[in-house]
Design a protein around this ligand. Structure first.
Ligand SMILES: *Cc1c(COP(=O)(O)O)cnc(C)c1O
Length: 397
C-alpha cells in the first residue's frame, strides 16, 4: 500500500514542477552524439552538446576503447583502494599531470564526483569557502557537504569578492570558481583573481570543465591560457566534455593527491573508472595535445555563428566563447522558443532554474569544431526566425 501513496505523492510533486513550467524530459538520441544527429527520429543540428572538439564520435577513441577492453576487461572490480588500481589509472594520471605541467593528478569518476569529493575533504568546520554565485551545482553541493561556511560573491566581481574576503576572516579560507562558466560562457579575470587570493591568503580551486581541451596551450585550459595555473591549489577538469569520454581529474601537488586519496569520499567509496574508458581518454588526450587545428576550427566556428547571429540583429557576446547564451527571461517563452527551434531542425536546450537564476532563463548554444559552417549559418537563420515569431506572439497576446 505504501507504493500507492508514495506514487500519488510523486505525481503531486511532478504536477507542481510542471505547473511552474520547469518540467524536464528525456529525449531519445539514436546513433552517435554528433554535430548532426537523430533526435526522437528527427535529423537535427546539435547545438547543446559539450563535445567541443567532436571527439565523442571519433573512430580513434572507439578503437582505443575496444583495445582497452580486450587488454584489461570491462570493469575495474572495486574501489581503487581495495582491489582495483589498474595500470591504466596510473598511466592516465601521469599523462594528465604531465600535460597540465603539474606534479600529480587524481582521477575521479566524473566532474560531479570530483567537486563533491574535494570540497568536503579540504574545507572543514571553521573554514570559509568563497563561491561564485553562478558556480555549477556540483561545486554548490561540494560546499554544502563540507562543514565550512560558504560565502557567495557576485559573479566574477572581484570588488565584491575582496569586500567579502575582508569581512570574513577564518583560520583557512578557500575559493571555488569555474574558469569558463557553463551557462554564460564567460571567463573571470583569473590572473586578477589569483593575485587577490595570494594577497589575502585565500586558497583558490578552479573548475575547468568547459575549458580543458578547448582553450589554452595544448588545450590545458583557461588558467594556463592566462599563465596562472600554478596559482591554483587544485584544478578540476572533466573528460565528459571536450575529451568526448567520461571521468574527471584533479591536478595539483603530490601532497594534494596523497591527501585526497585518504580523505575524498567520492574517490574512496566508489568503483574505479573502467579500463576501456581510460584507454579512450588517453587517446583523446593525444588528440587534444596535438589538436591546435581542432581548436582553430572551433574558434572559426564560434566567430561564424556569432557573426551570423549579429547579422540577424540577435545579441551575441562581444568576445564569444563556445558557449553562447540567448537570454529569454521566463520559463514559458524559453521552452516555446526551444520547441520552435526543434521544429526547424535545431536542437538547443532551454535552461531554467535551478540551473540558472529565476528570470534568466535562456537558450544555450554550444559550438563544436565538428560543426559545418553551413549548418551554423542555417541554425542562426532558424534561431532568428523563431525569435521573431516569439516576439510576434508576445506583441499580440
Ligand atoms: C559538467 C560540469 C561538471 C560535471 O562534470 P561531469 O563529468 O559531467 O560530472 C562539473 N563542473 C562544471 C562547471 C560542469 O559544467
Amino acid at each position: 500500500m505504501s507504493r500507492i501513496s508514495a506514487n500519488a505523492w510523486f505525481r503531486d510533486q511532478c504536477d507542481a514542477i510542471r505547473a511552474a513550467g520547469l518540467e524536464r524530459r528525456l529525449r531519445r538520441v539514436a546513433g552517435a552524439h554528433a554535430a548532426v544527429m537523430s533526435l526522437d527520429g528527427q535529423r537535427v543540428i546539435n547545438l547543446c552538446g559539450n563535445d567541443y572538439l567532436g571527439l565523442a564520435s571519433h573512430p580513434r577513441l572507439a578503437e582505443a576503447m575496444i583495445s582497452g577492453a580486450r587488454e584489461s576487461g570491462s570493469g575495474s572490480g572495486s574501489s581503487r583502494l581495495i582491489a582495483g588500481n589498474n595500470r591504466l589509472h596510473e598511466i592516465l594520471e601521469q599523462s594528465l599531470a604531465e600535460w597540465q605541467q603539474e606534479d600529480a593528478c587524481l582521477l575521479f569518476n566524473s566532474g560531479y564526483h570530483a567537486n563533491t569529493g574535494i570540497l568536503p575533504a579540504l574545507a572543514r568546520e571553521g573554514h570559509v569557502i568563497f563561491s561564485d554565485e553562478l558556480n555549477h551545482a556540483s561545486l554548490v553541493d561540494g560546499c554544502r557537504l563540507s562543514r565550512a561556511r560558504t560565502v557567495v560573491y557576485r559573479h566574477g566581481d572581484l570588488g565584491d569578492l575582496e569586500d567579502r574576503i575582508k569581512a570574513n576572516p577564518a583560520e583557512v579560507r578557500w575559493l571555488a570558481t569555474e574558469s569558463l562558466f557553463s551557462m554564460d560562457g564567460d571567463i573571470p579575470n583569473l590572473a586578477a583573481l589569483a593575485e587577490l587570493c595570494v594577497r589575502h591568503g585565500v586558497w583558490p580551486i578552479v573548475d575547468e570543465a568547459h575549458a580543458v581541451g578547448a582553450i589554452g596551450p595544448e588545450g590545458q585550459g583557461a588558467a594556463a591560457e592566462a599563465g596562472v595555473s600554478g596559482a591554483f591549489v587544485a584544478r578540476v577538469g572533466t573528460m565528459g566534455k571536450a575529451f568526448g569520454t567520461f571521468g574527471s581529474f584533479v591536478c595539483g601537488g603530490a601532497d594534494l593527491r596523497a591527501f585526497l586519496i585518504n580523505r575524498a569520499r567520492t574517490f574512496i567509496f566508489t568503483t574505479g573508472l573502467p579500463p576501456p574508458l581510460m584507454s579512450a581518454s588517453l587517446e583523446a588526450l593525444r588528440i587534444i595535445r596535438s589538436g591546435e587545428d581542432l581548436r582553430q576550427r572551433l574558434k572559426r566556428n564560434i566567430q561564424c555563428f556569432a557573426q551570423a547571429l549579429r547579422e540577424h540583429d540577435l545579441p551575441a557576446p562581444e568576445r564569444p566563447s563556445h558557449i553562447i547564451p540567448l537570454i529569454v527571461g521566463d520559463p514559458g517563452p524559453t521552452m516555446e522558443l526551444c520547441q520552435q527551434l526543434l521544429r526547424r531542425g535545431v536542437y538547443a536546450q532551454g535552461i531554467r532554474p535551478p540551473t540558472v537564476p529565476a528570470g534568466k532563463c535562456r537558450i544555450r548554444f554550444s559550438i563544436s569544431a565538428s560543426h559545418g559552417e553551413e549548418d551554423l549559418i542555417f541554425a542562426a537563420r532558424q534561431i532568428t526566425a523563431a525569435w521573431r515569431e516569439k516576439d510576434g506572439v508576445r506583441a499580440f497576446s
